[in-house]
Design a protein around this ligand. Structure first.
Ligand code: NAD
Ligand code: IPM
Ligand code: MN
Length: 359
């Protein structure tokens, strides 16, 4: 039995609480399916600034570079939020994504039938929604140069961020989106702001070129502003949505409203190889941290994506997804789900999922 190495980066806020439950699910999988997973824990984000003066210590990046997969909680929080700070927790996460070359962030959004009524949107708008967002993760405004702040002679202060993409950066992520659409409904929506931005016009051109290689997959282009609206009015009409870094960040938090809670959504950040970073799409949720009430579902489902994409363990991934499905079908809820009533703690919910995993 070969041992698979999994680095855990619990991070800040609710990160440690939700990662603990996802680890529990992975340990149960190892037990039931006869695998050996070796876990090691490292610092990232605010806690790494506190302990090592660095949001991404070299030891953390080294461990992640050697691991089969990385499971991350969240970074950031009010303690490190002063806008004047030079070193920020979020830089740790961005450095990790870039350092490992993880250019594609897969964010599936599925509405569980029993949770359709939990969305603030009308049930008939959210039932049956099944969207796979493919968010570009190592380009755009997050990394473009120049990036600066300066005092002008006039006394005004000027700040600059740069939205930059090369054709290659666009091509590789759009290509992946098309490959992922093939076994699905064979529809790709490429989202941009080509009516205004030069980078979006390049994006649209390249997406069209890539689309021509996939004769059996339909491509449509949509502007990001109307896409944000269509997500609310006609979410079922989407299959795979591919978009640049910041548009993808914003649209997926919006899409969480369809599912019923931000705490439900997982993600996989992938590059060329099989190594990936898996994390819920939510943040450190400082308002509920340390209370044992965070929803661990997004992180547990991220662990399922880890099993599938980095370890090639499809049956095991499905076993975890089935367990989550079953627990939600049984009516078990954490407090973030509207109408939860007698809500379960993070630990209790995690325990239900562990108990529901079967080989
Ligand atoms: P957030 O995602 O942390 O929280 C938004 C809202 O959703 C809050 O009301 C929170 O309580 C709720 N929520 C989030 N996760 C939940 C869960 N698992 N269960 C129940 N409720 C949950 O966003 P924010 O408040 O804008 O950001 C807080 C901090 O998190 C910031 O420092 C930000 O930079 C950081 N952040 C980190 C990541 C990441 O590490 N990937 C992602 C987003 C935000
Ligand atoms: C996310 C977060 C991060 C992002 C931040 C914390 C850097 O919002 O993972 O969605 O914007 O990518
Ligand atoms: Mn985000």
């Amino acid at each position: 039995m070969t041992t698979k190495t999994i680095v855990l980066l619990p991070g800040d806020g609710v990160g440690p609480e939700v990662v603990r439950e996802a680890r529990g699910a992975l340990e149960r999988v190892a037990e039931l399916f006869g695998h050996s997973f070796a876990f090691s824990e490292h610092a990232i984000g605010g806690i790494a600034i506190d302990e090592h003066d660095d949001p991404l210590p070299q030891a953390t990046l080294d461990a992640c570079s050697k691991a089969d997969a990385v499971l991350l909680g969240a970074v950031g929080g009010p303690k490190w939020d002063d806008p004047k700070r030079k070193v920020r927790p979020e830089q740790g996460l961005l450095g990790l994504r870039r350092g490992l070359g993880l250019f594609a962030n897969l964010r599936p959004v599925r509405v569980h039938p029993k949770l359709a009524a939990a969305s603030p949107l009308k049930t008939d708008k959210v039932e049956g929604v099944d969207i796979l967002f493919v968010r570009e993760l190592t380009g755009g405004l997050y990394f473009g140069q120049p990036r600066l702040r300066e005092k002008l002679e006039s006394g005004k202060v000027r700040a600059v961020d740069t939205l930059e993409y090369t054709d290659e950066e666009v091509r590789r992520v759009v290509h992946l989106a098309f490959r992922l659409a093939e076994p699905r409904k064979k529809r790709v929506t490429s989202v941009d702001k080509a009516n205004v931005l030069e980078s979006s016009r390049l994006w649209r051109e390249v997406a069209t070129e890539v689309g021509a290689e996939f004769k059996h997959v339909a491509l449509e282009h949509q502007l990001v502003d109307s896409c944000a609206m269509r997500l609310i009015t006609a979410a079922r009409s989407f299959d795979v949505v591919v978009t640049e870094n910041m548009f993808g960040d914003i649209l997926t938090d919006e899409a969480a409203v369809l599912a019923g809670s931000l705490g439900l959504l997982p993600s996989a950040s992938l590059g060329e190889g099989t190594r990936g970073v898996y994390e819920p799409i939510h943040g450190s949720a400082p308002d509920i941290a340390g209370k044992d009430i965070a929803n661990p579902t997004g992180t547990i489902l991220s662990a399922a994506m880890l099993l599938r994409h980095s370890l090639g363990l499809t049956r095991e991934a499905e076993a975890v997804e089935r367990a989550v499905d079953e627990v939600l079908s049984s009516g078990a809820r954490t407090a973030d789900i509207p109408g939860a009533g007698d809500a379960l703690s993070t630990r209790a919910f995690g325990e239900r999922v562990r108990a529901a995993i079967r080989a």
